[in-house]
Structures are given as C-alpha cells and as structure tokens.
Ligand binder design. Structure first.
Ligand code: SF4
Length: 239
C-alpha cells in the first residue's frame, strides 16, 4: 500500500487464536476479553476456556472458503504473537496468509519482541499488513521494532490513545489510525493529542484515520466544540 492509498476497513475477522493476557495500559478494558467471557457464558464451544489462550486448527481452513477477495482482521480476539502461541502454529497462520494472496490480512500486535524473534521464519508476503499498538509514549519503543520484521505494509494503531505522543517517528509507516477508548470505565482522550498526531501525519504524507472519540468523552462532551475536524467516520474494527 502506498503512502497515499486510502485506508480500508476489514470486512471479516479471522481468529485462529483466541485468548490473551494483559501486557500494557491499553489492555485494561480489553474488548476481546469482555467478548470472550460473554461467549463462554453463552456456551460457544470456541470460547469454552474463556479468555485463556487457545489455538484453533479448524480455523486455518477458513480463508480458503472465501472465494472473493477479503480484507481480513487477524486475531481480533487475541494477539498472534502471545508467548503461549506455539511458534509452529504462528508459522502455519502465516502459511495460510501466504497461500491466499487474493485476501489482505491485517495483523496487529503489542508483542513486537516475539514478532522480531520469529520474523526470519515467516514469509511476509505483501498481502500481510502488519501493525503495532502504541497507546502512550511509554510504548513508543515498539515502533522501531516494526521495521525489523520484514513486513511490506506497516501501520500504527494509536488506540486507545491514552496520552500525548510528542515524538512519533513515522518513517516507513504506511498509515496511522487513532481513537479513544470505548466501553465501561473508558478513559478520556484529549483532542490535542489527536490533532498533533494528525498534523504530523499530514506534514509527512502519511494517511491518518480517526476511528472514534471514545465513549466517555462522547457522552460527557457530545455538544463540545473541541473536536472539529476529528469526527469519527467508521465503525469498530473488531466485530
Ligand atoms: S494485547 Fe490485545 S487482546 Fe491481548 S489483552 Fe491486550 S488488548 Fe486484549
């Protein structure tokens, strides 16, 4: 994807792995955890272990069944590079992505260290878009690791954005998405954090996409004029 391409939204999620553990600030109100526990209560077999990490062999065949090209979000209910996911299984997930170039796969992780460790064993075909979550300046160190993976298309997810990012190195980043936190207990996001990032992206020609203000601010400040030019224009990535 060139730096000037428009950002597209996944039309399907694919979860060969489910479950995770919290690793940083952005995980506090993990949407996947809430969803997994709800599905467990509903008796859905895939989630019988709730939010414990589990791999699903049966899911590996799904992309073959999608005959039309799809934009696929990989592991909306987990983090593919979680330490509990065996390396050989991650390789198999990549092999599936390699085998179906008609689909585009979006992989997002907070575990760049493991991704870099395994990178040489994985085939980073151009249909794999690889992203990293950075929720505050504390986690900016993940960003340079993204370039060590061999991914052709690299993106940055600033979601939920929990603080300002005064030093954001965007060299080699194809697009950026930002958004506030949703759900019970959502933490607020300041408009100036988003504006500063948007302006930096604009200066450098990096497509910037604003996902959503977030629940708490939307509810408190629905009529507030602090958000001009930052209106959300898409639904959630995770379905
Ligand atoms: S890494 Fe993602 S899936 Fe895992 S706990 Fe954090 S927010 Fe949830």
């Amino acid at each position: 994807m060139s730096a000037n391409s428009s950002i597209e939204w996944p039309d399907v999620t694919w979860n060969p792995v489910t479950g995770c553990t919290k690793i940083s600030d952005g995980c506090r109100h993990c949407h996947a955890e809430r969803m997994a526990l709800r599905l467990q209560r509903m008796g859905v077999e895939k989630y019988h272990e709730g939010f414990s990490v589990a791999v699903h062999e049966s899911a590996l065949g799904q992309p073959a069944a999608w005959k039309k090209p799809r934009l696929v979000f990989v592991n909306s209910m987990s983090d593919l590079f979680h330490r509990a996911v065996p390396g050989p299984f991650i390789e198999r997930v990549f092999e599936v992505m390699n085998r179906f170039p008609r689909h585009t796969f979006q992989v997002l992780t907070k575990r760049l260290g493991r991704a870099v460790q395994l990178a040489g064993r994985l085939d980073w075909t151009p249909n794999i878009w690889f992203g990293v979550s950075v929720e505050s300046r504390r986690w900016l160190g993940r960003l340079p690791l993204l370039k060590k993976t061999g991914a052709h298309v690299r993106y940055l997810s600033l979601e939920p954005l929990l603080g300002p990012l005064p030093v954001l190195e965007l060299n080699g980043i194809d697009w950026v998405i930002a958004g506030g936190e949703s759900g019970p207990g959502a933490r607020p996001m300041a408009a100036e954090w988003v504006r500063a990032t948007r302006d930096r992206c604009t200066r450098l020609g990096v497509p910037f996409f604003f996902q959503a203000v977030g629940w708490s601010i939307q509810e408190k400040d629905r009529s507030d004029a602090r958000w001009p030019g930052l209106e959300p224009d898409a639904g959630e990535v995770v379905t």
